[in-house]
Design a binder for this molecule. Sequence first.
Ligand SMILES: Nc1ncnc2c1ncn2[C@@H]1O[C@H](COP(=O)(O)OP(=O)(O)OP(=O)(O)O)[C@@H](O)[C@H]1O
Length: 631
Amino acid sequence: MSERFQVDLSGMVDLLSRHLYSGPQVYLRELIQNAVDAVTARAALDPEAPVRIRLSTGTDASGNSTLEVTDTGVGLTADEATELLATIGRSSKRDATLGTGRAEFIGQFGIGMLAAFMVAEQIEFTSRSAKPGTVPIRWQGRADGTFDVTELPDAGPEVEVGTTVRLTARRDTAHWLANETVLGLAREYGSLLPFDVAVRVPIEGGAGSTGGAEQTVWRRVTEPELPWRIEYPSGSARSRALTEYCERTFGFTPLGHIDLELPVAGVTGVAFILPQAVTPGSGQHRVYMKRMLLSARTDRVLPEWAFFIRAVIDSDTLSPTASREQLHDDEILLGVRDALGEQVKRWALDTLRTPSQLTQQVLRTHHLALRAIALTDSDMLSLVAEVLPFETSDGPMTLSAVAKQGELVYTSTTEAFQRVAAVARAQGLVVVNAGYVYDSDLLAKLAARPGWNVRELTSSDLVQVLGMPGVEREMAVAGALSVARGVLADEDCDAILRAFEPETVPAMLLRDPEGEHKRDLDRERGESPDLWDGLLDSFAGEGQGRTRTLVLNDRSPVARRLLASPGGEVFGAGLRSLYLSAVMLAGEGLRSAESAALSDSLGVLLDAALHAPEPTPEPEPTPEPDSDSDS
Ligand SMILES: Nc1ncnc2c1ncn2[C@@H]1O[C@H](COP(=O)(O)OP(=O)(O)OP(=O)(O)O)[C@@H](O)[C@H]1O
């Protein structure tokens, strides 16, 4: 004889509460959901039947907290109660042929009732089935896995068609059945349900507080229409109402909203634009399934780049996972995500080309998100190039505006930009800072477009625009420069002289991206010579020039003074100090050996200054009317 599997109820409940659901709070969602499905099933039989769901908290004779959820749904017969309530995995809501949930119901798995045992010691159903000629029943299930079904042939008309589910809490879970908790959870999960759902709440300052019987009222927790579907007399009235809805729901005042609508997939919703920039990957959207909250924080309904909006979506086609807290990553979800992403892009393309306060705010706050979208979308790339201001050595400019002037030259790091910006500006060279996330990739995409002349800045670009010192001056400093090259050889750095503005910059460090790669390899080799020997050599190439160039500024008095006295310890220390300050100015940190070298150099300079013979005070010069001390 074959035997039936036994189920250990407490083990199942433990499994659900620890591994399936995010926490015991979902018990209320499951109860409301069952009530909603029951009234839906009854409405299909009798469209005139009342549609009402009521939640009422209280205490039983032993002082245990209780919650009653009463619905005017189809109810249950004794046989149905035995079959459906006491059989885990059995549901009345599945399509017999397809084996999937039926479109009109939210439930489908036949495990939801178990969630109630996360907070209740005992669950009692009192029900009168809508089927004519049936007797009301009482079903009592206990956490120890036992249950009874009793017929109530003497029940009067007070037991109407429908069901009352009564939960009795354990001592340690009483707080889950507290009135404010139930009200809060009912609102959180059920506020968009198209049914009359109400919670009995005490009247503030009512008789309860003065010792008499507590006065209560039914507080409706549902809104009759989806907030984005309500008709308003004007667009601005609708915007105001949606802003208020966003403030209530998400707690922020949005910059604007984007309507989302996919009739084929039964998806509607609205996305709110965040007032502050957020980090990528933090997309958190509110998803409703048949108007019941599925998750307040899912990132799956919109593409990853949509992190600058928070959406509220209601769908009747997406499938939930068994926890009913996440979406199944199936083909439908994939299609919905792409189509909704497309709608957000359309909105951006239609809105952000027109100058307005909203455009300005969105560009300022969410440029990172727009860059992210532009990476995968050619229209968005055009939009970004047209409207997004980039940092350039000539102030903020759009990429299109820079490109109009001819070639678009950029640095791929902000450090490189900082290094050259002041000098490039002074020489009239426009350089774009493409150091922010996504920028280099965006520029590489633009470079591939016909008509766009885009390339990364090289050292020679700058060297070419810097003024050459005259031939005579070059001859005069040739010796000093050669000594300087000797000093900087260890740093793999060349030294040249140019005349450029501003004169307050005595020296500038230029890096060749190619050469820099070699330098990094050299560094690694220095740190782990054995491991890398040979291998790195093969990458490093041969016979290249220096990877960096220290450009001394002939307009700077400091640089001129240094070049005037080449050789000796002080020259070496002075040059090294200029080199290391240029490294720091370039936004690079100093390695420990470099910090030590800087400190040594400063020591040499100090010694030289302190031990230098006191200059003999010269007699005050008689001021001459037109004297120029620099000439
Ligand atoms: N308030 C109610 N009125 C009528 N029948 C109910 C009620 N609550 C539960 N039932 C019956 O008990 C069955 C089991 O409920 P349960 O919540 O465990 O699963 P489900 O709702 O079918 O699926 P899911 O696990 O997806 O929620 C339901 O299919 C339904 O037939």
